[in-house]
Design a protein around this ligand. Structure first.
Ligand SMILES: CC(C)(COP(=O)(O)OP(=O)(O)OC[C@H]1O[C@@H](n2cnc3c(N)ncnc32)[C@H](O)[C@@H]1OP(=O)(O)O)[C@@H](O)C(=O)NCCC(=O)NCCS
Length: 151
């Protein structure tokens, strides 16, 4: 387990966040959306996980009616399997409870076995499938979990 510093993202984190996006996803989030969110925070919470000052991972949480919504989660390949995503999820769990959300939901690509394994390891279960949800036509699986997580 690598103990990381978890903190809220600031506009200066834009470059490291876009670098994580490029390293982690074939279709990264649009840079202009990340820039807008960092400069005009409001709808969603961006958290970063830093190792000795280097941002190794980040995630984005939004709020639905009675549930929080994990919109993104990514850890640089060279920092994986050190418990960094777990620590981000622990922080997102705390924020969800502050919002009085006792449940979190998320979408994951049906082919993304690493992420599916990760989420099931902390208690996420299959809820439904959204056919052709992603731009390339892949299905999304909707997963949900009770909070606090099984960490
Ligand atoms: C999914 C992801 C965020 C996990 O990050 P991570 O920091 O490596 O995860 P952790 O080290 O906290 O993993 C905790 C546990 O989850 C499970 N897990 C994580 N990655 C796994 C993998 N590749 N295969 C199987 N189980 C995995 C394991 O049980 C792991 O515990 P262990 O290492 O003691 O066996 C990371 O693989 C990633 O960034 N993937 C690319 C982006 C992505 O797909 N994001 C999800 C979008 S929905």
């Amino acid at each position: 387990m690598q103990i990381v510093d978890i903190d809220f993202c600031v506009p200066e984190d834009f470059k490291p966040l876009t670098a994580i996006e490029s390293a982690c996803f074939d279709i990264p989030w649009e840079e202009r959306l990340i820039k807008r969110d960092l400069n005009e925070p409001g709808g969603s919470v961006y958290l970063k996980a830093a190792v000795k000052g280097i941002i190794a991972g980040y995630g984005v949480l939004g709020r639905a009616e009675d549930a929080s919504h994990l919109m993104n989660l990514a850890v640089l390949p060279e920092y994986r399997r050190r418990g960094i995503a777990l620590q981000l999820m622990a922080a997102f769990g705390e924020i969800s409870l502050e919002w009085e959300c006792w449940r979190m939901c998320l979408e994951v690509r049906s082919s993304n076995e690493a992420a599916r394994n990760f989420y099931s390891s902390i208690g996420f279960v299959y809820s439904s499938r959204m056919k052709g949800y992603y731009a390339d036509g892949e299905d999304a699986l909707i997963l949900t979990a009770r909070i606090p997580f099984r960490l």
